[in-house]
Design a binder for this molecule. Structure first.
Ligand SMILES: Cc1cc2nc3c(=O)[nH]c(=O)nc-3n(C[C@H](O)[C@H](O)[C@H](O)COP(=O)(O)OP(=O)(O)OC[C@H]3O[C@@H](n4cnc5c(N)ncnc54)[C@H](O)[C@@H]3O)c2cc1C
Ligand code: SF4
Ligand code: SF4
Ligand code: SF4
Length: 378
């Protein structure tokens, strides 16, 4: 393992935060708070900072788990079966949740929420770390332990949510109440699914490689495809917003597929080229190289599927088991149409079409990220 000598949070501040590469995933803070060290916290600006420098043990783990330090890459790839060009892939298809309430609340086909519902109601997980909308532009990470909570968190929120920091603090809370929980259910062990962008899932996988808290409670990772994230309110400043006299309060739904899609309450749909939205992407996102969430158990996005369906990339054996069972139990249905159910040849062609789109998007993002990183080095 390439553990940098004496790398600590000071190195992380210098190499990642000050270079504007921090994506605010909260990974560094989550270890420090889950292990009760408490040297770090997420600041009001959304970036990590010292809460109490005196408490820092200089263990260097915050540096190791950060997805932007690019260490442990070989170890993570080996453990999670990474392969060219888009990571492990057991199957790729379009699907949707069968529940009309999920379909209505979801960004695409609601596969993510449908899978979480299945896992929760079958007892495979005790809860899921999701991102709940608390206001028009505000959201926060929560551990959803009920159908209602999962439904209210469905849909995509475009700015980053520091999920991992929440896993850490939730875990700490859980630990502090363990004696009580044990009294009620002596053998209970907390099992969480996490929904996250590629950077968040990578930080979790790094923690799992290092076998450190709080990643031991994460038993399933649903990864979202991600080209970039940004603050919706900054869109208002854009030329096209002025041109179309657009008010973000009139937006009913947002999505990214080939382009950025805004569905207005009036019924009008606007398509904005991704290049335009790129100018308000977080600097860290422009240096990020993972589109297809290569270390997730199941990755999901809109790219390649018609409206109302989620492109579902089943990566691990665990992912395959969960997806197959969710279909068998009626939570999820595969799209029957182009390809699926139309014979082996047609299925193969449809699978190749979707994979081709994912590969092209992954390549585009990788090239953009590498260019940006080399500019930063220069
Ligand atoms: C920042 C971001 C960028 C994306 N970029 C692309 C893209 O370029 N191309 C593409 O094809 N798809 C992209 N997606 C994925 C897409 O928008 C859908 O989330 C995906 O298709 C799953 O749809 P669904 O209907 O199955 O999910 P749903 O059933 O609606 O569930 C979505 C789940 O994701 C959680 N969530 C929402 N926002 C966040 C967030 N910011 N961080 C962590 N979890 C969150 C929700 O709480 C919910 O649990 C992006 C998503 C996000 C959040
Ligand atoms: S104690 Fe370890 S994880 Fe916490 S800030 Fe210091 S080096 Fe980082
Ligand atoms: S672990 Fe996440 S929050 Fe911490 S410095 Fe790295 S990118 Fe930023
Ligand atoms: S583009 Fe990369 S850094 Fe930005 S939110 Fe997506 S996965 Fe994270």
């Amino acid at each position: 393992m390439k553990l940098k000598e004496k790398a600590s949070f000071d190195n992380l501040l210098k190499e990642v935060v000050e270079r504007k590469l921090c994506n605010r995933c909260g990974g560094c803070v989550s270890f420090c708070s889950a292990d009760r060290i408490g040297a770090l916290e997420m600041g009001k600006d959304g970036f990590p900072r010292y809460a109490n420098r005196e408490k820092c043990l200089e263990c260097g783990i915050c540096y190791l788990v950060c997805p932007q330090t690019h260490n442990l890459r070989e170890e993570v790839r080996e453990k999670f079966g990474w392969s060219e060009p888009v990571g492990l892939c057991q199957d790729v298809l379009s699907a949707r949740a069968t529940d009309p309430e999920v379909q209505k609340a979801a960004t695409d086909g609601g596969v993510v929420t449908g899978l979480l519902l299945f896992m929760l109601e079958s007892g495979l997980i005790d809860g899921a770390v999701v991102s709940e909308q608390t206001g028009f532009f505000d959201r926060r990470a929560v551990v959803a332990t009920s159908r209602e909570a999962l439904l209210s968190a469905a849909g995509s929120h475009w700015a980053e949510t520091s999920h991992l920091e929440h896993v850490g603090s939730e875990y700490s809370t859980y630990v502090s109440i363990i004696p009580t929980i044990r009294e009620l259910a002596p053998k209970s062990v907390i099992k969480l699914a996490v929904v996250g962008t590629p950077c968040q899932i990578e930080a979790i996988r790094k923690m799992q490689v290092l076998r450190i808290l709080p990643a031991d409670v994460v038993t399933f990772a649903v990864g979202l495809f991600c080209m970039q994230s940004f603050a919706l309110n900054e869109l208002m400043e854009k030329e096209f917003a002025r041109k179309h006299q657009m008010d973000m309060r009139d937006v009913a739904k947002v999505n990214i597929k080939d382009d950025f899609v805004l569905k207005m309450k009036s019924g009008i749909t606007m398509h904005i080229p991704l290049d335009e939205v790129e100018t308000i992407a977080r600097p860290a996102c422009l240096a990020c190289v993972d589109f297809a969430n290569v270390y997730a158990d199941i990755a999901a996005g809109g790219l390649g599927s018609p409206d109302g369906y989620t492109t579902t990339l089943i990566r691990t054996i665990g992912g395959k088991r969960v997806f197959t069972e969710a279909v068998r139990r009626g939570y999820i249905e595969e799209r029957r149409g182009e390809g699926r159910g139309k014979g082996r040849e047609a299925e193969r062609a449809e699978r190749a079409r979707i994979l081709g789109l994912i590969e092209a998007a992954s390549e585009k993002k990788r090239a953009r990220g590498e260019k940006r990183l080399s500019q930063l080095k220069a």
